[in-house]
Write a protein that binds this ligand. Structure first.
Ligand SMILES: [Fe+2]
Length: 268
C-alpha cells in the first residue's frame, strides 16, 4: 500500500513538472495614461532560452498573433548560454517580426556566451535596441542592453537624455533590478519599465508564491507582476523557458499582454 502511495506521489510530481514547463499562458495587465492618444497593446516576451512549443514554436506565435499587439518586445535571454541554439531563437524572433513591429534587447545569456552579435546579424524584421530609443505606435521605447555588453555609464547617459523627451516613455531592460538599483529607473521621468530575467521565481509554493528568483534572491519582491513606485510602473514577465533544468512549478511560462488605455478611452 505504501509503495502505491509513493509511486502515485512521484507520478503526480512528475506530471506537475511536465505541465508547468510545457504549457504557456497569457498574463494580462491593464494600465492607463493621459499621455496616449490611442490605446496601446504591447506583448512582452522574455527568457525563451531556445524553448520550442510544438512544431517550430508555431502554437506560441499563433497565440501571440491572436492577441493583435501593436508592438512586441523581446526582453533578452532569447538564446540560452549553455545550449546556444541560435536558429531556434532567431526563427522565433523573426516570426514575431511578421506579426507586429518587434524590438529585441540583449539579456545576460547572450552576453555571457557571446552570441548577441550573431543573433543580431541573423534577425530580419526585428529592431535591436542597444541603449537607444525609438518612437513607435504613439510612444517612445528605449531598450537597454545587458550591463556588461556596453559600459553601464552609457546606458545611464542615454536614460538621462531619454527622460527629457515628451510623451509616454517605456524602458525595456532585461533585469527588473534596474528599477530600484543601478539605472534606478523609478527615480527618472519614465512611465513604464518592462523586464524579464526572473522566470517568475521558477518554482512557487501554493498560496505563497515565489521562493527564489535569479537576481532577486530568496522570497523576491520583484519576481513577477505589476509594481508602481514613485510614479513609474514596472511589469516583470515570468518568461517562456528555463535555464538548466525545467523546474517551474505552479508558475506557467507566459506571454505578457500589457494594455495601456488612452485619455479618450478613459473619458468614455
Ligand atoms: Fe536573464
Amino acid at each position: 500500500m505504501l509503495w502505491w502511495i509513493l509511486l502515485g506521489a512521484i507520478l503526480l510530481i512528475f506530471g506537475l513538472f511536465l505541465l508547468y514547463n510545457n504549457v504557456f499562458t497569457v498574463h494580462r495587465y491593464e494600465l492607463q495614461s493621459e499621455k496616449l492618444q490611442k490605446d496601446l497593446k504591447i506583448v512582452l516576451l522574455s527568457d525563451l532560452h531556445n524553448k520550442v512549443y510544438g512544431r517550430e514554436n508555431r502554437p506560441l506565435l499563433k497565440r501571440i498573433a491572436s492577441l493583435r499587439p501593436d508592438l512586441i518586445v523581446i526582453a533578452g535571454d532569447l538564446v540560452d548560454k549553455r545550449k546556444p541554439d541560435i536558429p531556434v531563437g532567431v526563427a522565433f524572433a523573426n516570426g514575431c517580426g511578421r506579426i507586429a513591429p518587434t524590438f529585441y534587447l540583449c539579456g545576460n545569456h547572450e552576453r555571457e556566451r557571446g552570441t548577441f552579435g550573431e543573433i543580431c546579424s541573423r534577425l530580419r524584421n526585428v529592431t535591436v535596441l542597444r541603449n537607444e530609443w525609438v518612437e513607435t505606435c504613439g510612444i517612445k521605447l528605449m531598450g537597454v542592453t545587458d550591463h556588461f555588453e556596453l559600459p553601464f555609464g552609457e546606458a545611464l547617459q542615454v536614460l538621462k537624455q531619454f527622460e527629457e523627451e515628451e510623451g509616454y516613455k517605456i524602458v525595456a531592460v532585461h533585469r527588473p533590478a534596474d528599477f530600484y538599483s543601478e539605472l534606478q529607473v523609478r527615480e527618472h521621468e519614465i512611465d513604464l519599465q518592462i523586464s524579464g530575467h526572473t522566470h517568475g521565481g521558477v518554482a512557487h509554493l501554493p498560496f505563497f508564491g515565489a521562493i527564489y528568483a535569479p537576481g532577486e534572491g530568496f522570497f523576491p519582491k520583484y519576481s513577477q507582476g505589476h509594481y508602481r513606485e514613485k510614479g513609474t510602473d514596472l511589469i516583470v514577465g515570468g518568461g517562456l523557458g528555463n535555464t538548466r533544468l525545467p523546474l517551474r512549478l505552479f508558475n506557467f511560462p507566459e506571454i505578457v499582454e500589457i494594455s495601456v488605455k488612452s485619455k479618450k478611452t478613459l473619458a468614455k
